[in-house]
Design a protein around this ligand. Structure first.
Ligand SMILES: [Zn+2]
Length: 389
C-alpha cells in the first residue's frame, strides 16, 4: 500500500512546465474472460502512442519517450495474470519514477501528462479502503481476516467445542432438553467471546472498520452481543458459511465495500446539496468551491468520477481561478493555463488532510460536478456576493 508520506511527495511534485513533464500511468487489468493479454497489450501500446502524439502536438520536447517506453515494458511484464492494477508516476528529466500496485478497481487505463501528477484516481481509491477486519462466523467457529486494500490475509481462528450429545442424553430423553439448552448457551458464549475479542482488537488499533460474514440467523444473535461502538463500525454483513475460501471472502467483502461506499457518497451528496441550498455548510460549483478552499473552509470535497475543468493558476502565489484570466486577481502576476484544475486542487487537499470523495450519479452533475462540505462558513455575506456574481 501507499503511505501517507509517499502521497505527500507525489502531491508536492511539480515539473518545470517548460522543460519537464510529469507523467501518470494508470493500468487497469481486464478480467481474463473479457480480454486476452494480447488485447491488453494493444491497449497499452495505444495509450503510449496517443500520449506521445499528444505531447508532441503540444510542442514540448520534454524527454518523455524514455518514460513512456519504460511504462510499456512494465505493462508487458504483467503478462496478463495480474490481479492488481498498476500505477506509475514518472518524470525522467528529474530522475523520478514511482510504481505502485493497487486494487484492480480503477475506472480505466490512462496516461496523462502535465506539470503535476494526476492523483485523483489514486486518492479516491485509498479513501474507500480503511484497514478492515473480516469476521467469518458460525455457531462454533470464527475466522478472522485482515483486508487491506485488496489483499486478504487470514489471521487467526476462535473455536469453542460444544458439549457433545451422545449416550448421556438421559433416560427416556429426560435430559435431552437440558442438553439442548447447554448447546445454545455454549453458542451464545462463543458469540460473546468473539464480540469481546473484536472490541479488544479495535482498542489496540488493529482495524478501523469491520465486516461480518455469517448466516442470517447467526447474525441476529451475534449482533445483539456487540458493543454499541463496535456495532457502529460494522460496514455490513454478507451471507456465508465459515468454511468459505479466502478468495470468496475477499470478493464478498469487496462487494460490501462497494455498496457501502456508494450509499455513503449518495448520503453525502444529498447533505451537501441541502446545506448549499440553505447557505449553510455546503457549496456547489467550481467557483464557489475554489473560494471556500481559499478561505480554508472545506472539510470534504466531492467530485464526479470523470470531472475535469480548465482553469488558471497564478505563477507567483499559486491562486487558482476558474475564469481564464491572464493575471492573478490577488497579486497581479501572470497566470498559466491548466488543462485540468482538479490536478491542482488535489495537492491542496493532501496538504490539509481534506477528504476527497468521488461520486457517481446525476445529482452532483446537475450542480457542476463539484461540491464541498464545509467545516464552517467564514463569512455568509461573502458567499452570497460570490453566488450573485
Ligand atoms: Zn497570484
Amino acid at each position: 500500500m501507499i503511505s501517507r508520506k509517499e502521497i505527500r511527495e507525489l502531491a508536492a511534485f511539480q515539473a518545470d512546465a517548460k522543460r519537464e513533464c510529469a507523467l501518470s500511468f494508470y493500468f487497469q487489468p481486464q478480467t481474463p474472460r473479457d480480454k486476452s493479454h494480447r488485447e491488453e497489450m494493444i491497449l497499452a501500446k495505444d495509450l503510449v502512442k496517443n500520449a506521445m502524439r499528444e505531447i508532441k502536438h503540444n510542442g514540448k520536447d520534454t524527454g518523455v519517450a524514455e518514460d513512456l517506453h519504460r511504462m510499456l515494458e512494465v505493462a508487458q511484464d504483467l503478462r496478463g495474470n495480474q490481479t492488481r492494477a498498476k500505477v506509475i508516476f514518472a518524470c525522467g528529466k528529474r530522475n523520478f519514477w514511482r510504481e505502485f500496485d493497487l486494487p484492480p478497481q480503477l475506472p480505466g487505463s490512462a496516461i496523462t501528462s502535465g506539470h503535476r501528477f494526476h492523483l485523483k484516481p489514486l486518492l479516491t481509491m485509498l479513501d474507500t479502503r480503511p484497514k478492515t477486519r473480516v469476521v467469518l462466523l458460525d455457531r462454533r467457529k470464527a475466522r478472522l481476516f485482515d483486508l487491506q486494500g485488496d489483499e486478504i490475509l487470514e489471521r487467526e481462528g476462535l473455536f469453542r467445542s460444544l458439549p457433545r450429545r451422545g449416550r448421556s442424553d438421559g433416560w427416556h430423553g429426560y435430559d435431552a432438553g437440558h442438553a439442548e439448552r447447554g448447546v445454545e448457551d455454549e453458542v451464545m458464549r462463543h458469540f460473546r467471546d468473539v464480540a469481546a475479542h473484536l472490541k479488544e482488537e479495535w482498542e489496540k488499533g488493529k482495524w478501523e472498520k469491520w465486516i461480518a460474514g455469517c448466516l442470517e440467523t447467526n447474525w441476529h444473535d451475534f449482533e445483539s452481543r456487540l458493543h454499541p461502538e463496535i456495532k457502529q463500525l460494522c460496514m455490513g454483513q454478507f451471507s456465508a458459511r465459515a468454511n468459505m475460501s479466502a478468495e470468496q471472502v475477499r470478493e464478498s467483502a469487496s462487494e460490501v465495500f462497494r455498496s457501502n461506499h456508494e450509499s455513503h457518497s449518495h448520503e453525502l451528496v444529498k447533505r451537501v446539496l441541502s446545506y448549499a441550498k440553505s447557505h449553510k455548510r455546503g457549496v456547489t460549483g467550481l467557483r464557489r468551491v475554489l473560494r471556500s478552499l481559499e478561505l480554508g473552509e472545506v472539510r470534504v470535497l466531492l467530485v464526479t468520477e470523470n470531472y475535469t475543468a480548465r482553469g488558471v493558476e497564478c505563477t507567483s502565489c499559486g491562486r487558482l481561478d476558474a475564469h481564464l484570466v491572464r493575471y492573478c486577481a490577488l497579486c497581479g502576476h501572470s497566470t498559466r493555463k491548466l488543462e485540468d484544475i482538479v490536478d491542482a486542487i488535489i495537492p491542496l487537499l493532501v496538504h490539509r488532510d481534506i477528504e476527497l470523495v468521488c461520486v457517481r450519479g446525476q445529482e452532483l452533475e446537475q450542480v457542476g460536478n463539484i461540491a464541498a462540505m464545509l467545516r464552517y462558513r467564514a463569512s455568509n455575506n461573502d458567499h452570497r456576493l460570490a453566488d450573485a456574481s
